[in-house]
Design a protein around this ligand. Sequence first.
Ligand SMILES: *Cc1c(COP(=O)(O)O)cnc(C)c1O
Length: 356
Amino acid sequence: MTLTATVPVQKTTHSRIAETDFNNLEFGKYISDHMLMADWANGKWSEPVIVPFGDLKMSPAMLSLHYGQSIFEGMKAYKKSDGTVNIFRPHKHLDRMNKSLDRMCMPAISFDMFIQSLQALIEVDSEWIPTSEGASLYIRPIVFASESRLGVKVSDHYKFIILTSPVGPYYSKPFRLKVEDHFTRTAEGGTGFAKCAGNYGGAFYPTHVAKQEGFDQILWTDSKEHKYIDEVGMMNVMFVINGKIVTPNLNSAILDGITRDSLLTIARETGIPVEERRISIDELEAAFKNKTLTEAFGAGTAAVVAPIAVIRIHGIDYQFPVAGPSSIQQKLKAKLMDIRMGITPDTHNWNYIVKI
Ligand SMILES: *Cc1c(COP(=O)(O)O)cnc(C)c1O
């Protein structure tokens, strides 16, 4: 059954696919031909529609611009060799999106609406799903307040939009990170667990400062004492200490990453011990010094696994060796990719298969 029938489609008259360089897919550079849109008004969502990707008409008094009710998700779909398309863990992504929406006093989206929207959009733009190894269709759902009004209030109107973007495998040189001991991304009791727009805008300045000092990203610490590791800000962080995977336990300041959960699940199944707990900077430094800390990596949808090369702690740059194919991080990444591509069995029902 194709579900596109349930979502009206207005097709573009000028596809941009021929102008897209599929051999050089810089992350987020190309947006597929169509987008999905729905509106919240009078206490309910309208039926979603698919239209050509293009500009929106909006009021300068739109509440999201002034008071920041705006959230997003980031997920991926893969084209498998049998021609089917796999949307990775849509239930968990929607679950998180609804937590973000709830935290920002915004209306939830049902799984039926979400999955029908995703299927219909992916079907319309299926040509945009890259097939080269490690490539995928990045999916970006957003919801933002669209009521036009100047008073500080919870909006009565919202827009739900889904964009997609073909992305290649994420090759970047291993990250240089600085442990942040001054700025704060978010605090416990704040919005760190939500993918809400303001968290990222607020992190730009500290990240800019870190970049000027020669780093790529920040390793965020708790806001109270700057003593315990939180995460990287677009990625969760994992360490290998004494052969165990050690990662900060979730709290309201840390985003519950789907890659984090997937990698930890695979590690446990593979017999690699996992510890989710507080990790102090002092512990990290001591583990560096006594050589029990052997790997550090970021975990997130964009990169899946992003090796860390350097962490600066208390003014000293601690270096990691290059993570080769036998490293724990590369083995976990390979296992996760095999599940996504249907090479090994999907025992957790993470893959949502769309027939196109
Ligand atoms: C999106 C995000 C992550 C990674 O989450 P995934 O679901 O694995 O992509 C980690 N931290 C923050 C702050 C994020 O926004």
